[in-house]
Design a protein around this ligand. Structure first.
Ligand code: NDP
Length: 248
């Protein structure tokens, strides 16, 4: 029987790679985002796009219901949608605080809540967190707070939902070259000092054990593995996908 997966923000960047990996693994993928970016073209029969905003609780129920309509059950829910923006403390205002927390943290919580309500039997929730959930860095207080929060959700919900047969894990990637990351690095308060390409090259050389940085597919393949029965003993973990930047 075809399994279903919801991927928020599955239309571009890391999310689009996650969508592709689940398609390769035979899943029907429900992509939730504000614009489709023609993601249906990846596989018109097994991709359903649902226009939604992760900040709205009821929109996540629409995604879960679309999964059930497609295959009869909701098997996996990937909370991927999010954004980063470096800002020093004096530039963090109420609006920015709310934007980043509502999207990255509250959005993932609503996703997990909808998944828990709609999954029957075994299920898997995966939160796309970040290396920024493991260590702080300058001008990054709000993004780090949102992602540390995501890891907290992961650890708590694994205990709460485990008895229902739902496993909850997070993936914590380091820098992956996407439109979202490059846009954030181009801003004046980012650590890239006006040159995102040079920043990424220097970062890689200075920090990566393997001499490279991950790609979206590396996150997608881990998400597929965590969703499989082969990962049946793994829950509550926040796993780095970082080429050895931050061994733990
Ligand atoms: P992109 O900016 O390239 O993609 C972000 C995705 O999130 C888009 O699909 C966007 O779709 C969706 N999205 C954003 N806001 C909303 C919203 N309010 N409602 C619905 N969808 C939304 O980012 P990345 O691919 O780089 O990042 C994806 C995730 O991975 C994020 O959570 C990010 O924090 C995390 N991450 C990224 C890293 C990196 O280096 N790239 C490293 C570590 C973690 P649309 O705009 O159409 O709504």
């Amino acid at each position: 029987m075809t399994k279903s997966v919801v991927v928020t923000g599955g239309n571009r960047g890391i999310g689009r790679s996650i969508t592709s990996c689940f398609l390769d693994a035979g899943y029907h993928v429900i992509v939730g985002a504000r614009k489709s970016q023609n993601v249906e073209n990846l596989n018109p029969e097994r991709v359903t796009f649902v226009e939604m905003d992760v900040r709205n609780e009821e929109d996540h129920l629409k995604l879960a219901e679309a999964a059930i309509a497609a295959t009869g059950a909701l098997d996996v829910y990937v909370n991927n949608a999010g954004f980063s923006e470096w800002r020093p403390i004096e530039k963090i205002d109420n609006q920015f605080f709310d934007d980043i927390i509502n999207t990255n943290l509250k959005g993932a919580f609503w996703g997990a809540k909808a998944a828990a309500a709609k999954m029957t039997g075994k299920g898997v929730i995966i939160n796309i967190s970040s290396m920024a959930a493991k260590r702080g860095s300058a001008n990054n207080a709000m993004y780090c707070a949102s992602k540390f929060g995501m890891n907290g959700l992961t650890q708590s919900l694994c205990k709460e939902l485990g008895p229902k047969g739902i496993r909850v894990n997070a993936l914590c990637p380091v820098l992956i070259k996407t439109d979202g990351l490059m846009e954030a690095l181009e801003a004046s308060d980012s650590p890239a000092a006006g040159n995102p390409e040079a920043f990424l090259t220097n970062f890689k050389q200075a920090n990566s054990a393997l001499g490279n940085l991950p790609a979206g597919e590396d996150v997608g393949e881990m998400a597929v593995f965590l969703s499989s029965d082969k990962a049946g003993a793994i829950t509550g973990q926040c796993i780095n996908v970082d080429c050895g930047v931050f061994p733990q």
